[in-house]
Ligand binder design. Structure first.
Ligand SMILES: [Zn+2]
Ligand SMILES: [Zn+2]
Length: 141
């Protein structure tokens, strides 16, 4: 069993949930993509692959993965939240279209450094940050 599957097994156990192949498929589906997708898109992708899983199982499993920091939940302002896995993914921020929900990823060193400086100024040791920009993408303007 891979480390990622072991991790799933552990967190399900902590939540008092059984490790089932449906839940395993949900986790594998999220791991297989670098995109930001909502829970329904993840559900439909599984169904298209012929995997028989209920919507409830998909939602419940995602909730657990978010709770244990294996998946990031992005509030996009319009429509449902989007999800991406956090396994071996380097830090990045997001710019989100408020009309169509498109998400681009970016890393700007100056912004990263400035945030460190702000934390320093207030005598905080920075642990993490969430930086999201909201706007209207080129296609939607
Ligand atoms: Zn757009
Ligand atoms: Zn992302």
């Amino acid at each position: 069993m891979t480390n990622n599957l072991k991790k799933l097994k552990q967190v399900l156990a902590k939540e008092g949930l059984r490790f089932t192949c449906q839940r395993e498929e949900v986790w594998k589906e999220i791991l297989s993509s670098g995109e930001h997708r909502d829970a329904d898109e993840i559900y439909h992708s599984l169904r298209e692959k012929g995997i028989s899983v209920s919507r409830a199982t998909v939602y419940r499993t995602i909730d657990v993965l978010v709770k244990y920091n294996m998946v990031r939940k992005l509030d996009v302002g319009v429509g449902p939240s989007k999800f991406e896995h956090k396994i071996d993914i380097s830090h990045h921020d997001h710019i989100i279209c408020m009309k169509c929900g498109k998400i681009e990823e970016f890393v700007v060193n100056q912004i990263e450094n400035l945030q460190e400086r702000v934390a320093e100024q207030y005598s905080f040791k920075l642990v993490r940050h969430i930086h999201q920009l909201f706007g209207i993408c080129k296609d939607c303007q």
